[in-house]
Design a protein around this ligand. Structure first.
Ligand SMILES: [Zn+2]
Length: 237
């Protein structure tokens, strides 16, 4: 019996770190992959092990790129590389790498980093734009589409579905943000508390928009002030 490849082991570990709630009372179902638990698992050592995976899928993906020492690229994923280079702002790619592990193509990370200059902040910004298309993904994956169109189509589809559970926006300012409808917001323990009137009042009963209260998952709660007040209203019309 052959050993399970490290990329598959890592996929299972990432799935185990998925946040999930729902199914009790009127609590809506919610599932996403919090970046803090992804970072805790994806140590420099673990990332290097995954980048050196020699399973058939990873071998084929690595063959798309001219990279002799894949494990030497770990600092680009952790952001450590940018702390010692001319770039001031460390740009890690934990969520992106975890997403690619989840869709069973971890070594495609090189196309995102090298060809796309694409990191976790770009992944987060994608929540305010139109969803990823297969054409977008061709840009990051070299000749994958040309070499194996069917495998590429499967990758693109699973990526497009899974990305909404990894690209989670941080709540770090008070500005109005408009997210695409498919975005998973890091709101947990959501409960409806009343209804909203057009004059701004809201009440426990009535018509018009529904009012919810919720907490923000601790990883994404980055407001400069009032971070200790986790309960906030949100409105749906
Ligand atoms: Zn592998």
């Amino acid at each position: 019996m052959s050993a399970i490849p490290i990329c598959k082991v890592a996929r299972g570990e990432i799935i185990r770190r998925r946040f999930y709630e729902g199914g009790k009372g009127n609590l809506p179902q919610k599932t996403f992959f919090p970046a803090d638990s992804l970072r805790a698992y994806l140590t420099d050592k673990k990332i290097k092990e995954i980048l050196l995976c020699k399973c058939p899928g990873c071998t084929a993906d690595l063959d798309l790129f001219r990279i002799l020492e894949p494990d030497a690229r770990s600092p680009q994923i952790t952001g450590q590389y940018y702390k010692t280079s001319h770039r001031h702002n460390p740009r890690p790619a934990y969520a992106l790498f975890a997403l690619l592990i989840y869709v069973e193509h971890p070594l495609l990370i090189f196309g995102f980093l090298d060809d796309g200059d694409f990191y976790d902040d770009d992944l987060e910004r994608s929540t305010t734009r139109k969803p990823f298309s297969a054409e977008d993904l061709k840009h990051y994956t070299r000749d994958f589409y040309l070499r194996n169109p069917l495998d590429f189509a499967e990758f693109a589809m699973t990526f497009q579905i899974a990305v909404t559970q990894f690209a989670i926006p941080y709540m770090d300012n008070g500005n109005f943000s408009s997210y695409s409808a498919s975005t998973t917001l890091p709101f947990i323990e959501e409960r409806q508390i009343g209804r909203h009137f057009e004059d701004g009042r809201y009440t426990a009963v009535g018509a018009n928009g529904k009012v919810f209260r919720f907490k923000i998952h601790k990883e994404y709660r980055k407001f400069p002030v009032c971070s200790s007040a986790p309960l906030l209203p949100k409105l749906f019309h």
